[in-house]
Design a protein around this ligand. Structure first.
Ligand code: NAD
Ligand code: MG
Length: 390
């Protein structure tokens, strides 16, 4: 039986890896919707290759370009934010959420409201509005499957286990591009240096977030939201080889580790075939050749993002929305050359300090309250960046 699949963010790094897996077995899938942003050529190429029903770009101004690129194909086209969210109304058996940033929340929620099985790569939606996302899934009998490699690893280690027996979850961090740099050099790190990852090949934004450990900070919060474990039972550890993705510690002292090559097609493929395991085109590890695996505690002075994540987990409510928006805004500032590498964490800390007295933790999480907190956090972040530049 063919499965109907939709991919939000198909033109990105996770999206292309998902398309790669689907292309290997085209008869098994009917592709419903593919969505992208500015890369119309890629979106059109994918839509033709997979015979999608509809291709949607988030950029309203690019509708003409998309129509032209798909002329004669019989594939429907649409553009703009509303059209993108509406793509989730088309029935699908499996939906990939791989838009980057807070923009991924709404399409994911819409898919869940139809009882979808949602493969969730868009970590920002869990960090921003975890309770809303997981609550919507529960309300509609929908399933959320983690695609972030660490969370897929934890999910796999938990198969057949009782959450009551889980003592702790440890997620690993490569340490990013600057793990061996002297701390005093970090302030001068350039955009090009921050955009290359030692082990993983990913989109630019998540690669920079890996260098600052903002990515790991988001993943700590994701772990808390997805698995419901108390913040003091969730740890991050530096593991430069990126081969152990996560470990689950049980009440009998056992640690179950997930070990595999750094290839996102594993986590994507696991979610695609779940609850089964199928052959995947990923490297098989040669442990004797690898020889050793190393671990060290993260230095919180080097990585202030980790401390900020602890605040978000303790605070709850809209703290995650504020954190995500401030981080995205600071990241935009770094990419645009407005602020330095270390300023990103300082800007997020500033925003948190300004907004933490506002009863964030007790606020209800709805699309409206999230949008409001998001906008306020971005405004504070811009002011914090202006102060730093002045
Ligand atoms: P990417 O930048 O390579 O791709 C992002 C996709 O989202 C593209 O298709 C782009 O067109 C689309 N997009 C961007 N802004 C949009 C907007 N405002 N509205 C609609 N669409 C928009 O990103 P990526 O590396 O593939 O990451 C996607 C998500 O998966 C992120 O949340 C990231 O944190 C997460 N993730 C990525 C990896 C990885 O290996 N790349 C690993 C784990 C988790
Ligand atoms: Mg990850």
């Amino acid at each position: 039986m063919t499965r109907r699949v939709t991919i939000f963010g198909s033109t990105g790094s996770i999206g292309c890896n998902t398309v790669d897996l689907i292309c290997r077995d085209p008869d098994a899938y009917d592709v419903v919707a593919l969505t992208g942003g500015r890369n119309i050529a890629k979106l059109a190429e994918q839509a033709r290759a997979l015979g999608a029903e509809i291709a949607v770009t988030s950029e309203e101004s690019l509708l003409g370009e998309l129509s032209e690129a798909l002329a004669g194909s019989g594939i429907e086209v649409a553009a703009g934010r509303a059209a993108l969210v509406e793509a989730a109304d088309r029935p699908a058996d499996w939906t990939m959420s791989a838009i980057v940033g807070a923009a991924g929340l709404e399409p994911g929620l819409r898919a869940l409201s139809h009882g979808a099985t949602l493969a969730l790569a868009n970590k920002e939606s869990l960090v921003t509005a975890g309770a809303l996302l997981m609550g919507t899934a529960e309300e509609h009998g929908a399933t959320v499957l983690p695609v972030d490699s660490e969370h897929s690893a934890v999910f796999q280690a938990l198969v057949g286990e009782d959450m009551g027996a889980v003592e702790r979850i440890v997620i690993t961090a490569s340490g990013g591009a600057f793990r061996d740099w002297p701390v005093e050099d970090l302030a001068r790190a350039t955009l090009a240096e921050a955009s290359s990852h030692p082990n993983w090949d990913m989109g630019q934004r998540i690669t920079i977030d890996s260098a600052s450990l903002f990515n790991k900070a988001m993943e700590l919060i994701e772990t808390h939201e997805f698995f419901g474990l108390a913040p003091d039972r969730i740890e991050a550890i530096i593991h430069p080889e990126s081969l152990v993705h996560a470990l689950v510690g049980f009440n009998d002292g056992a640690l179950m580790a997930h070990v595999g090559p750094p290839d996102m097609r594993h986590a994507i493929g696991y979610a695609l075939h779940w609850p089964e395991r199928r052959d995947l085109p990923v490297e098989r590890l040669d442990l004797a050749k690898i020889g050793q695996l190393t671990f060290r505690a993260p230095d919180e002075a080097r990585y202030p993002a980790l401390g900020l994540a602890r605040w978000v987990m303790e605070e709850g409510g809209l703290a995650g929305a504020v954190f995500t928006a401030a981080k995205e805004s600071a990241l935009d500032g770094f990419i645009a050359g407005r602020i330095g590498f270390l300023d990103m964490a300082a800007v997020v800390a500033d925003v948190i300090e300004k907004m933490s007295g506002d009863g964030l933790g007790k606020a209800a999480i709805t699309l409206d309250t999230v949008a409001e907190a998001d906008q306020m956090a971005r405004e504070h972040a811009v002011r914090a960046m202006d102060r730093r530049q002045a």
